[in-house]
Design a protein around this ligand. Structure first.
Ligand code: UDP
Length: 322
């Protein structure tokens, strides 16, 4: 039975990956310091013999007794609000945390998959973004703490691959959504769902003409699984190439929720990328992967989760514990 460590395993994507690996027959060790993750995302796995949760911060030395076959390194704040609130920790988890993970992998002979991000492309000057594009990132801008940490993490991962022959995989994840996102993480979709369901104004930053490409979590998990099982060490973009403006997404969520919320415009945060769309030719060629879930279907599938979160927040019956 393969034995797999997932750092950040109690987070949004980490917890979906725990589910997938358990379903694939792995023994799963989930490590999380619960800075932005939540026990609620993984507690359904507690009765499972093949599942262990360890509360630990990967920026401190990691040790796992026994063999390890795979490590998925997903620990990091990932929403702009979170990494602006925890700038030093975000840098540390990308740098020191990644170094600890790679050191553990080398010791155990495990294959490592690094969760990287479309943020390595910064505010891109090439559109859509292929993996060969080196990006347009300000090291000292507010997003630099995340972008540069992930760029360093990629550099460190490739160095361990080249210097030590470690088996490594790098996924560059584009905006992903679905159940288990934190309602208050500040990202566009949780924010818009929360505002629409409470009947509050929807806050669109700038004029809303900036674009993103949103991937439903199930599609992403499938792509990550295929990448983990592949023999491809270079970075691979995973994202839905369907590009949309933020204003359009705000309108879609108002329509889907049947909300009477109006749209209000607020200042665009510094460094907010104007466009983002993955070139997924590599993922299609190497992994035979492309997203299957349309935005309309994915948003519909996510609505009941956010409805429950908003109910829980207001203390009304029907809402589960936070
Ligand atoms: N955004 C917005 N209103 C919000 C939250 C986000 O208009 O209440 C915009 C944000 O400025 C960005 C886009 O939505 O242009 C996506 O933001 P998100 O925080 O989800 O992630 P990003 O892709 O910027 O990392």
């Amino acid at each position: 039975m393969p034995r797999t460590l997932i750092t950040g395993g109690a987070g949004f994507l980490g917890s979906h990956l725990c589910d997938r690996l358990i379903a694939e027959g792995h023994e799963v060790i989930c490590m999380d310091n619960l800075l932005t993750g939540a026990v609620a995302n993984i507690e359904h796995l507690f009765p499972e013999d093949r599942f262990t949760f360890i509360r630990h911060d990967v920026t401190s030395f990691i040790w796992i007794p026994g063999p390890l076959d795979y490590i998925l390194h997903f620990a990091s704040p990932a929403s702009p609000r979170d990494y602006l609130e925890h700038p030093i920790h975000t840098l540390k988890v990308g740098a020191l945390g990644t170094h600890n993970v790679l050191g553990l992998a080398k010791e155990k002979g495990a294959r490592v998959l690094l969760a990287s991000t479309s943020e390595v492309y910064g505010d891109p000057l090439v559109h859509p973004q292929p993996e060969t594009y080196c990006g347009n990132v300000s090291p000292i801008g507010p997003r630099g703490v995340y972008d540069e940490a992930k760029r360093f993490a990629e550099a460190m991962t490739m160095a361990y691959h080249r210097a030590h022959g470690l088996e490594t995989r790098i996924v560059r994840i584009f905006n992903t959504y679905g159940p288990r996102m934190r309602l208050a993480d500040g990202r566009a979709l949780p924010q818009f769902f929360g505002q629409a369901l409470r009947g509050e104004p929807i806050t669109v930053y700038g004029d809303g003409s900036q674009t993103r490409s949103f991937t439903y979590c199930d599609d992403l998990v499938e792509g990550i699984w295929r990448l983990l099982m592949s023999d491809y060490p270079e970075p691979v973009n995973l994202g839905n190439p369907e590009e949309v403006t933020i204003l359009e997404v705000a309108r879609e969520i108002i329509e889907l929720t049947g909300s009477s919320s109006e749209i209000v415009f607020e200042p665009l945060p510094v460094g907010d990328p104007k466009v983002r769309q993955p070139d997924i030719e590599r993922a299609e060629r190497i992994l035979g992967w492309r997203p299957r879930v349309s935005r309309a279907d994915g948003l519909r599938a996510t609505l009941p989760y956010f409805r429950e979160r908003v109910l829980a927040e207001s203390g009304q019956p029907g809402g589960a514990n936070p």
